[in-house]
Design a binder for this molecule. Structure first.
Ligand SMILES: [Zn+2]
Length: 163
């Protein structure tokens, strides 16, 4: 029997104002992405912004549906937009933020497992990690250098990808 331990690390900034300018700008782009959130059911808006190597910004926001499982998270609307339209332009970073009028958010919202798995696939496609910035508008910003910090046991099987 062998016990294993995995450590993850992330960087916390107390507020967005402390970030380097490029990171701060991407967080503000995530806030702009909130505008097109379609979230009449949860009233919980999520915005995502991708920074591509070319400098292009892609917005995503959660898109809910009256048939609940038909909706999609903000991160995946942005990532699938990238995959469908800009796969040759690597994603350098993704910023995610959220807003609701129902209660105050005091820490960053973290991506769901499905979005982390899709981020992992995007990293494999572009053969480089993407920085992940999780931005709480009235609180801290958490940053990691890639998805593996959040999903160390991500599903990937090389033999499936080479077919
Ligand atoms: Zn998600």
């Amino acid at each position: 029997m062998t016990d294993h331990e995995i450590k993850i690390s992330f960087t916390e900034y107390d507020s967005v104002e402390q970030l380097p300018a490029a990171d701060r700008q991407l967080c503000h782009e995530a806030v702009r992405a909130l505008i097109n959130s379609h979230s009449p059911y949860s009233k919980f808006k999520v915005g995502a912004a991708l920074l591509l190597q070319s400098g292009k910004i892609i917005h995503g926001s959660n898109q809910e549906n009256v048939a609940y499982p038909s909706g999609l998270c903000a991160e995946r609307t942005a990532l699938f937009n990238w995959g469908a339209n800009y796969p040759g332009d690597p994603i350098q970073a993704i910023a995610v933020t959220a807003h609701t009028d129902d209660f105050e958010l005091v820490r960053p919202v973290t991506p769901c497992g499905s979005c982390l798995q899709v981020m992992a696939e995007c990293e494999k496609m572009q053969q480089q990690p993407m920085r992940i910035l999780l931005y709480c508008q009235n609180g801290p910003v958490w940053i990691t250098s890639g998805v593996e910090s959040f999903l160390p046991f991500l599903f990937f099987e090389e033999r499936l990808a080479t077919r």
